[in-house]
Design a protein around this ligand. Sequence first.
Ligand SMILES: O=C(O)c1[nH]c(=O)[nH]c(=O)c1I
Length: 311
Amino acid sequence: ISTATTLAGSNFDNCMMNASGVYCMDSDELLAVENSKAATFVTKSGTLQPRKGNPEPRYFETEFGSINSMGLPNNGVDYYLDFVSQDQINHPGKTYFLSITGFNLAEDLELLQKVTDSDFAGVVELNLSCPNVPGKPQTGYDFETVDAILKAVFDVYHKPLGVKLPPYFDIIHFDQMAEILNKYPLSYVNSINSIGNGLYINDDTETVVIKPKQGFGGIGGEYVKPTALANVHAFYQRLNKDIQIIGTGGIQTGKDIFEHILCGASMVQVGTALMVEGPVIFERLTAELEAIMAEKGYDNIEDFRGKLNYL
Ligand SMILES: O=C(O)c1[nH]c(=O)[nH]c(=O)c1I
């Protein structure tokens, strides 16, 4: 039994990695994921300059998941480019993911130019879905802007690149986004980012639990799995087959991974549960997924990927 996968033209010995934002802020965290059972890692979304992010507390874990309004704290794209370029030397043949996000098209292009000028040989994940920068709308909900960004990006960048999308909640939006995405040579779509601007309340103190944005923040964890599975499957149904899907959202067990793959995912990313359990989670997830595959008689993930049945 193998949980190996191929994504963006690279082979991975299993189909699990961290979600951007979790266990990927600095070299210690990235090395912890590297040295775990995860197949690879993605960096925290890098911006042109380092950012402190929003005031704390800005992350809170609840019984069913998490709420965050980090505000894009990161060490700057150069830090992550340097780290991954060095890591590639230490692990020849491994493919890593670099997440980037600009605050406008010019910045996205400047970030990609830096990638082009570097020794980075992995996959770029363009984050179009940060919900927590005060005053900045979610790019992923502005369809014309997504179209314009992808057109400009693929005019200049010709190496493997995927986009991280926010969750959509309307069938027509799945149709409209897929129509845009299908126009471009994307390696993959990563769906979903956190469900933006949720609210969690401490009843004892009658207070919100995070400081930024009066407590409004992106929701992750068990809360979001039904939305994540729907987004993965909706894009699987609509995208041309050379645009693969990374499934992110609500993964806590091997069963959750099985469901994401059944919906069409070729790779999965773990966020909240990784934050809770640490990189050792990938050992449990691998064992659980392999046990499910064994029970069902599947040798590899292609035996069941995308094969969700309808009634
Ligand atoms: O607040 C953040 O840093 C953040 N938080 C999220 O939940 N998703 C994102 O893409 C980002 I860039």
